[in-house]
Design a protein around this ligand. Structure first.
Ligand SMILES: *[C@@H]1O[C@H](CO)[C@@H](O)[C@H](O)[C@H]1NC(C)=O
Ligand SMILES: [Zn+2]
Length: 395
């Protein structure tokens, strides 16, 4: 039986979080890789973040400016907001330190505030005060870079999708979905992690948004309520991460991500896989009888049962949002990377294949969430530097 389209649209409206459409194999394989933009010394996206950027210092302000410049140059359709707050810290001698969250939002054209459900992609951009000179490449320079690349990769497809909707009526009937990027300040403790010395930016933002009402009768009461899923990336970029599913209520989303990982590995589009075509070819050249090796998934909990969630989780920027009822998907490995809070958590110690794989995974997840299959134009979207990067990886 075929349901009338209006009814289908209504079902979509009643179950906004269930809308999710897989990408084709073709699209998955062609999603643009960051290429030279992730070069740790001169890459346009990653290199400017790989520096000390302690909250309230010039380094922090320069990284914030990098985000602003990136969006103004490449992503003019996104609305940029800075959320400012101040707080003393255990080492500020009573002085107020400024924390600035960077927020970029892309909603469907003509949509009304309070009517859009948003997928939020979050990472923190500040770095830890100690050890002196700490870079925090996995914590969380690389996750910030992943998010910037994902936003740029889906931007044109979003435009095409929204242009293709036949007039405002279609968009109005369809559940309205947007994407929001939260690059948060002040995640790290200045001294020792406590409730008061950590999550400065996230705590201020969650509290501000909770008390910022949308117009009366809005579908979503506040900007917090508008977040359908808060996906937080942290401590990503070391090899062989082991990322559990932390929350029962978002395990369905975790499973979508795990499916994507499995598919990307099967398609030979996962660079850190021992069976990636380039690596497998090398083994074959040495030993013609070489067999594929077992895959070690990043997302280890795809088959976790409903009653296997015991409530353990990692303290991070999601906490003040979760406390206010926001649904969380936390992409953080357990155990933490070996370099965690060590001086050698720097660009040189990133595993770039793993960084690229996370980037592709996150990009694909956002594309499926936003139902972008059929709206990518890889020829048009292809940048010159990608040809260079692809050429290199073939060697
Ligand atoms: C927030 O802080 C930034 C960076 O210091 C500053 O440029 C901006 O004007 C501030 N915004 C508001 C509304 O105070
Ligand atoms: Zn940290």
């Amino acid at each position: 039986m075929l349901l009338p389209t209006a009814l289908l649209a209504l079902i979509g409206l009643l179950h906004p979080s269930l809308a999710y459409a897989p990408l084709s194999d073709d699209t998955l394989q062609q999603l643009p890789s960051p290429g030279d933009d992730f070069d740790i010394h001169k890459g346009a996206i990653l290199a400017p973040i790989l520096r000390t950027r302690v909250s309230g210092t010039p380094g922090n302000a320069q990284v914030l400016q990098h985000f602003i410049d990136f969006f103004e140059k490449h992503l003019p359709h996104w609305e940029i907001t800075l959320h400012n707050s101040t707080s003393t810290t255990p080492v500020s001698n009573g002085k107020e330190i400024a924390f600035v969250n960077f927020i970029a939002t892309r909603d469907p054209p003509g949509s009304k505030v309070g009517e859009v459900a948003r997928l939020a992609l979050a990472a923190h951009y500040d770095s830890k005060l100690t050890p002196h000179g700490f870079i925090g490449a996995t914590d969380s320079a690389a996750p910030c870079a992943m998010i910037l690349h994902a936003a740029r990769s889906i931007d044109m497809a979003l435009t095409k999708k929204w242009e293709s909707a036949e007039g405002a009526d279609d968009l109005e009937l369809e559940e309205q979905r947007g994407v929001q990027i939260l690059l948060l300040d002040g995640e790290e403790a200045f001294k020792v992690w406590t409730d008061d010395d950590s999550l400065y930016g996230a705590r201020a933002l969650a509290s501000h948004w909770e008390s910022l009402p949308h117009p009366t009768l809005s579908t979503y009461r506040t900007p917090l309520d508008s977040i359908s899923l808060f996906m937080l990336l942290d401590l990503l970029g070391s090899s062989s991460p082991n990322v559990p599913s932390y929350f029962r209520t978002t395990h369905w989303a975790y499973k979508h991500m795990a499916d994507l990982e499995t598919r990307l590995r099967k398609l030979g589009a996962f660079k850190s896989s021992p069976n990636h075509p380039t690596k497998f070819a090398k083994r074959k050249a040495k030993n013609p009888k070489a067999k594929p090796r077992a895959e070690q998934p990043f997302l280890v909990d795809a088959n976790k049962g409903n009653n296997e969630f015991y409530g353990g989780f990692v303290q991070d920027d999601h906490v003040p949002f979760m406390a206010r009822g926001v649904e969380i998907l936390h992409m953080i490995p357990t155990p933490f990377p070996r370099v965690w809070h060590e001086l050698d958590d720097d660009g040189e110690h990133l595993d770039m294949d793993t960084v690229e794989d996370w980037t592709r995974l996150v990009t694909a997840f956002v594309a499926e969430w936003m139902e972008l299959e059929g709206f990518f134009d890889f020829k048009e979207g292809k940048r010159k530097d990608e040809y260079v990067a692809t050429g290199k990886s073939e060697l």
